[in-house]
Design a protein around this ligand. Structure first.
Ligand SMILES: C[S@@+](CC[C@H](N)C(=O)[O-])C[C@H]1O[C@@H](n2cnc3c(N)ncnc32)[C@H](O)[C@@H]1O
Length: 282
């Protein structure tokens, strides 16, 4: 079959299943097999593809048809202009989370060396993006999932940041720290357990439950993060906490009760507060 026909057929299958960007996905999946740029498929549409590759392509189309996220099929996701390796053991990095990077880049532009802790590091996307941005920072990523830690380490090797980053498999509650941090970032699981069933199939069926489930109130891990941060953040240090769109008021209260001052709230593209920034007062 030729490229044009493969894309046409793949798009048709995905469209029938109401996949959001069927043609783009079909092109990306074909490109992942031909190992050529996407533009190649557009320009050389009459190029013939061998039978083995055609079969592989329809396998991928079939996975996408069942709503598996394209990032898991391609094993990569771009975050803060870097490709991160991802698989079903880590949350797919979200554009929303990039608001943390925008703020850190601006707020700390004149800062010296800082030590950073990322709680619930997943693919390592937040910590590694900070370390990529600030070449003199060092950081630690924690995650209670061993498989996530392996992916984060893999990403840090790929980005050649392994000399400034360390990844530890551990529940935040049990983290035995040996230093105080200037900056703590966290995108913890914050979805109420009973609301997980309302998420889209792509998230609910494919993304790791421990990356989503925030317990009955949604704030179980948020509380744990704040509890740890109040002990291991330097006084005057900053905590960046990503939260759900309706959790701002409650999370600000918890921070204040734990001797944090809320210094800023960051909004997403829908003008919802999605990140609270606190500093440790004492
Ligand atoms: C929402 S994901 C965030 C992943 C990544 N930081 C990102 O922004 O894409 C939350 C991560 O926290 C981890 N996690 C959940 N509970 C934890 C706990 N109690 N201690 C440490 N890590 C935890 C999960 O395994 C998951 O990788």
């Amino acid at each position: 079959m030729v490229i044009d026909n493969l894309i046409f057929e793949g798009t048709k299958i995905l469209r029938q299943e109401n996949i959001e960007n069927p043609m783009l996905d079909a092109e990306l999946l074909l490109t992942s097999i031909t190992k050529k740029e996407r533009e190649f498929s557009i320009i050389y549409g009459r190029e013939k593809i061998d039978n083995k590759s055609v079969l592989k392509y329809f396998d991928l189309i079939n996975r996408r048809k069942k709503k598996e996220p394209i990032a898991y099929i391609l094993n990569k996701k771009e975050f803060w202009s870097t490709n991160f390796v991802v698989d079903k053991n880590v949350l797919i990095p979200r554009p929303d989370t990039e608001i943390i990077l925008f703020d850190i880049k601006a707020r700390f532009k004149n800062s010296k060396r800082l030590s950073v802790l990322d709680i619930g590091t997943g693919s390592g996307c937040i910590l590694l993006s900070i370390l990529k941005e600030f070449k003199n920072y060092r950081g630690v990523g924690l995650d209670k999932s061993k498989k996530a830690i392996n992916i984060a380490k893999f990403n840090s090797d790929l980005l050649s940041i392994n000399n400034r980053s360390k990844f530890i498999k551990c529940d935040v509650d049990n983290y035995k720290f040996d230093q105080y941090y200037d900056l703590i970032v966290s995108n913890p699981p914050y979805i109420c357990s009973h609301k997980i069933k309302n998420l889209s199939v792509g998230i609910r069926k494919f993304e790791p439950y421990i990356a989503l489930d925030g317990g009955k109130t949604g704030l179980v891990t948020v509380n744990k993060v704040i509890n740890k941060a109040k002990k291991i953040l330097k006084i005057g240090g900053y905590l960046y906490l990503e939260i759900g769109y309706d959790q701002s008021r409650l999370v600000c209260q918890i921070l204040q009760k734990n001797n944090f001052k809320v210094v800023d709230k960051l909004m997403d593209y829908n003008k919802k507060v999605r990140c609270i920034i606190g500093t440790r007062l004492k």
